[in-house]
Design a protein around this ligand. Structure first.
Ligand code: BTN
Length: 248
């Protein structure tokens, strides 16, 4: 695994996509900070010094491409659990959240952006992860952000977390087996069947509310209030508090 470091760059995802032709499979780039970090749905991702911002370049796909971002998220969960204990969950599709059971206090620790460029076998996938470690997090987000320092009340060195994460990801990659992967995703899911959630699709600017049919793995299925079932491949989901005495 070729490991590159830049003290500052606009976006590690963008850099790897631009230089993909000259870089090897499994090359990884970490930045001290990003001046134009990107989030899903073309949002900004605030990336000051103190956090972990990196991307992986993948050129060969012996396993399904769509599972790769979640292998990175699961690697992140394993590392965080070893470091700080329980309370970290996989929020569909690939976020890591810290939650101790009070949805209003839940916060996002890490997010993942997968970008595929090219076609078929010749295409390359860049998977970037942003993890709030010691950095200040932006306020006023749709889903609140938290840092590891906020939840563990301790300063953590960024580099050991990064190396542990790369090792865990490599192991998930080498040992990938669809059944075991699905079980792990279900086991670590922040969402469960029967919960009421709202899903916002940033591209269409539409919002849906309904009840989860099952724990989301690849897709998220909702039964809307109209009784209609709808399946989603992407979106921002959050739990909706059901008022006491409500018939829903
Ligand atoms: C999200 O939750 O919206 C995904 C955030 C992904 C952020 C990371 S930071 C490293 C890499 N470079 C980027 O520009 N974005 C990803």
């Amino acid at each position: 695994m070729l490991k590159l470091f830049l003290p500052t760059v606009d976006s590690t995802n963008r850099y790897l996509l631009e230089h993909a032709a000259f870089l090897p499979h499994f090359c990884v780039l970490r930045a001290g900070c990003q001046s134009a970090g990107r989030g899903r749905f073309a949002r900004n991702w605030v990336s000051p010094v103190g956090g972990l911002w990196f991307s992986l370049l993948l050129k060969h796909f012996p396993l399904p491409r769509n599972v790769i971002p979640s292998l990175l998220a699961l690697a992140g969960l394993d590392v965080l659990e070893k470091l700080c204990g329980k309370g970290f969950w996989l929020k569909w599709p690939n976020d890591i959240v810290f939650s101790t059971g009070t949805p209003s206090a839940d916060g996002k620790v890490a997010g993942i952006l997968g970008q595929f460029c090219g076609q078929g076998e010749k295409g390359v996938l860049v998977v970037g992860m942003g993890m709030n470690i010691n950095n200040a997090v932006p306020g006023k987000l749709d889903f609140p952000a938290v840092s590891l320092r906020d939840v563990c009340h301790q300063h953590r060195e960024v580099v050991p977390v990064y190396f542990a994460l790369l090792e865990a990801f490599q192991e998930n990659w080498n040992r990938f087996e669809p059944g075991a992967w699905k079980r792990r995703v279900r086991q670590k899911s922040y969402f469960h069947a029967g919960e009421r959630v709202s899903l916002h699709c940033a591209l269409s600017e539409k919002r849906w509310e309904g009840t989860l049919v099952d724990t989301p793995v690849e897709a998220l299925e909702l039964v809307l209030d109209s009784g209609e079932s709808k399946s989603f491949q992407a979106g921002d989901v959050r739990k909706v508090r059901v008022e006491r005495g409500s018939s829903r």
